[in-house]
Design a protein around this ligand. Sequence first.
Ligand code: ATP
Ligand code: MG
Length: 553
Amino acid sequence: MSTTEKPTNFLRQIVEADLAAGKHATVATRFPPEPNGYLHVGHAKSICLNFGIARDFGGTCNLRFDDTNPEKESQEYIDAIQRDVNWLGFAWNGEVRYASAYFEALYGFAVELIGKGLAYVDSQSPEDMRKGRGNLTEPGTNSPFRDRTVEENLDLFARMRAGEFADGAHVLRAKIDMASANMVMRDPAIYRIRRAHHHQTGDAWCIYPMYDFAHPLSDALEGITHSICTLEFEEHRPLYDWLVDNVSLEAKPRQYEFARLNLNYTITSKRKLKQLVDEGHVTAWDDPRMPTISGLRRRGYTPASIRHFCDLIGVTRSDGVVDMGMLEFAIRDDLDKTAPRAMCVLRPLKVTLTTWAEGEVQELTVPRHPKDESLGARVIPMTRELFIDQDDFSEAPPAGWKRLEPGQEVRLRGSYVIRCDEVVKDAAGNIVELKCSHDANTLGKNPEGRKVKGVIHWVPANESVPCEVRLYERLFTDPTPDGHDDRDFLSFINPKSLTVVQGARVEPALANVQPEERFQFEREGYFCADLRDTKPGSPVFNLTVTLRDGFTK
Ligand code: ATP
Ligand code: MG
């Protein structure tokens, strides 16, 4: 699929049909994260879906924090989530919304349900309540408190709110059906007593609505038409409908489910991602190895590449695992077209051109991109002393070697053909320098009668800029790190997931790169100047992705 084609999927077809049938004047979706962690690539799928539908059908998409669990939530997460949604290229409708802003309204709906005989205060111990729920093969049993009068329930619920009872002493439950085949419908709890400070409402409340109660009613309050969520909520749909139908709200949003994104070689569970951060297995939520949106950003992924990836994987109702290679394809595809080329020598080996005059500098103009002339050109000074990569020289190369070897020629990218005449070693036998000669007639053309196949990258020794390069491999060695009953996902962390290369040298044009500038380092891969650690004159580069799948030079 090209980046300009609009994706279609069963949800878009539903929206299209509903609009055509005049069910709604406009489509209204929402993206409803719980602010209990940073967003990950799975959320990107949901964001692209919800915001994409609103954009393409002339509707709106709200950003709503479903903040009903204050103990696990924080302002840091709220800020990060907004930043990530914006960065992905989406704008929400109006102000950011919070389920907590509806606490008073939600309380009113709970009172309404009590008044209709559809909710009751249960005073059983949590243990008894659990036993009373039954299981998949046995129906539940009614709570001894199920038949409390409306008056008694109203009184108790008001006193729950007023703080008269200890945490956990009572819960408010919807009165539905303890014998339902669907466990979710067996009188689910809708309010609990919890003395927790809330990041938005402070200490105003000591009772908090359950997610399953707050979510559908928040959707209804916002006039959401299509409430799109992941498949694990399918069996919650009857409760969603029951709540929306039993309170006096005009809007009747409907819930639709799609399969969550699972990506191999990583994890998409906020709880486990938090564990990686808290236990120091990675440096932060935006560590470039993390599948978080902020991690992908810091790694060098572009918003367009993530959106393209979401188009490529599509939206269905069947669960599956997407290959990490697909995400890598999407960023390679983008950067191949857009990233300026540059040369960076990761492990420098000094080359002295004996045929080049001492102190002579020739400014070579080299295009920034092989196909896109609009990216212009950069100037690379050619001097007597250069660096090439240690890996590009071999004294005893294998057959088919196309790089430098004693007595043989190779072309320096954008420059001359050189020949290695002498290998200089230290006392321990390590190669410390190559003495080479250049052929002055080979700039931009092959020497007469000789074909020089190999091209290697290089930088001038003195004018190049020292930089730090961080090479990444996948964070886990196993395709399904959290899919093993007998092993913890942490035991699959790849010990080689990060290699820090100090002392790399990059061409002078990159001395003052801005954080987040992206390049293709020729023959090495795509790199991005680190968002946090790049300073003027002292760049730090993250490997975004290698040039090819399973890349070997
Ligand atoms: P996690 O299980 O990682 O904690 P969550 O589902 O609890 O994720 P929410 O903050 O509730 O996280 O997610 C906000 C929205 O993103 C929800 O509508 C949810 O269905 C969707 N979402 C979460 N994970 C994925 C995923 N892996 N693929 C697609 N959508 C997802
Ligand atoms: Mg959730």
